[in-house]
Design a protein around this ligand. Sequence first.
Ligand code: ZN
Length: 191
Amino acid sequence: MRCLACHRLSWSTFCQSCQQTLLKPNITKRTINRLEVYSFFKYQNIENLLLTKHTKQGFIIYRALSKLSFRLFIKNFMQNSIDKIYILGIDESVKNGYSHVALLTHEMRYKNVKVLHSKLMAKNHIKYAGKSLQFRLENPREFYYRGEKDIEVILVDDIITTGTTINEAKRVLEKNSVKTLFALTLADVKV
Ligand SMILES: [Zn+2]
């Protein structure tokens, strides 16, 4: 088979060379309305891979990207922790047979970690790509939450652009007595 990033022969989804360069996570931080958001990759560096979420191949790519980033992060983060923590993906709706956000959160199963699937869903699926901050604010996602209350969660999304989505998600959770510790995204568009 071939590496899905560089197309050279490889035994794994991404070859060792790509894993050590292009796909080596480089964590950056942004603060959105007092919420810290950490991202593993710079959007522009892996844009072609990220765009596969609109295709069937995205299933393999998002799962492999999550193993290189979210999975390593949570193992490290929870290594010496005895607290129970919840992982909550933002809008795990299914397109092309899978939810790309659910592929990210699924790799975060670990001791004392509970992944809540499809518990924070959007009613409004209007496309944000290329739209202004103003447009995003005027067309909120209208999230509804149907998970446990009085818990602490790490929010997960695939990309962060303006931060309006994550901010809206956090506010909806607050109304449901859910505290957001911080958020994680695969890639930051602005960095
Ligand atoms: Zn490669």
